[in-house]
Design a protein around this ligand. Sequence first.
Ligand SMILES: C[S@@+](CC[C@H](N)C(=O)[O-])C[C@H]1O[C@@H](n2cnc3c(N)ncnc32)[C@H](O)[C@@H]1O
Length: 381
Amino acid sequence: MKTSKILVTCPKGIAPCLAQEIKDLGFAGPQESIAGVSVSGSITDTLRLNLHLRTGHHVLYRLKDFTCENPEQLYKEIYEIAWEEIIDKSGYVSVASSVDNPTIKNWQFANLKCKDAIVDRIYKAEGKRPDSGPLTDKTVIFLYWKYNSCSVYIDTSGESLAKRGYRRIPLDAPMQETLAAAVVLAANYHGDTNFINPMCGSGTLAIEAGLIALGKAPGLTRQNYGFMHLKGYNDAIWENLRKEARGKIQKTIGKKIIAGDINPEAIEAARINSRLAGVEKYIDFVVGDYRQTPLPNDKNIIMFNPGYGIRLQEAKKLELTYKEIGDFLKQKCAGSTGYIFSGNLSLLKKVGLKAGRKMIFFNGPIECRLCEYEIYQNASQ
Ligand SMILES: C[S@@+](CC[C@H](N)C(=O)[O-])C[C@H]1O[C@@H](n2cnc3c(N)ncnc32)[C@H](O)[C@@H]1O
């Protein structure tokens, strides 16, 4: 397939970080939008993006842009695409979409029209319809239809890239892997500082830090992608990209990654998850209160992700926790940079330290902040 627009989607707030990652992979002129970054490239380029990106969700390869007023026109335009060259007649296709058009009351109807056009076209050309349904682990087509402007993409990722494949034990309120990677990168962590994560839960932040420090492509742990189900998929190209990525993994990490949690079950889960991600031996796990986490005598990154307290009563209880984290940073972490990531902006006010930077992220619909605190030597005085 030829060069086309590639749109990489991401949660709101992450596009600048994603654009930087895409630039670092050698793509020219990435264009940022609210929840995505677009570049120009080939289907082979989508394989590289799927393998290496830490903060993207879906790598979409554009097939067609057109003006579309109604469902009949949608069917006609989509039927014109040579689907028999893209999807095997014995394959499986599912359609996902983002639709905002006055003639469509229910997005499922638009998906159905799109799916019908695809399978009817393949039937006409090949005498057999591929299966279709909601599963996203085979071929996924993405329809973007806003007012009268429509684009059809192949979702070369299939399932979201946030599902790295290493998190078997999620526990309570785990951070999405892509969000965790974006938060770690936003703290300017590249493996050349100690990374301390004293409330690690299932370990997502520490694991993403480990992958970053090692230079390990996050896609190496995942076995299935949408592009693998396309006609003409060349496994040799994918294997070469994987081999090249494996060759770039560092043998050691110069600095420490320390992950602690008061709950022994969390540490057990984090350990198992980190093993699946291939970073277990680079993380020191400790069970205990965060105030007991061993701190190297160095300029460390100390990152907290305490609970947000969705219910009012829980939030009330957490007020003291946030205040005490602030005290701990002030009294015990001089010379380091502290970070608190939270979706509760009122609780962040209880920390009692002035954030030098406040970065906005979204955890699903919840607006979150990553607050950065430079802790100076005389902060506790
Ligand atoms: C919101 S979760 C962290 C989620 C984590 N980022 C993940 O991706 O799984 C907060 C964690 O803080 C831990 N925690 C609560 N109080 C603590 C304390 N005093 N010391 C250490 N850990 C604590 C909880 O056990 C819980 O695992």
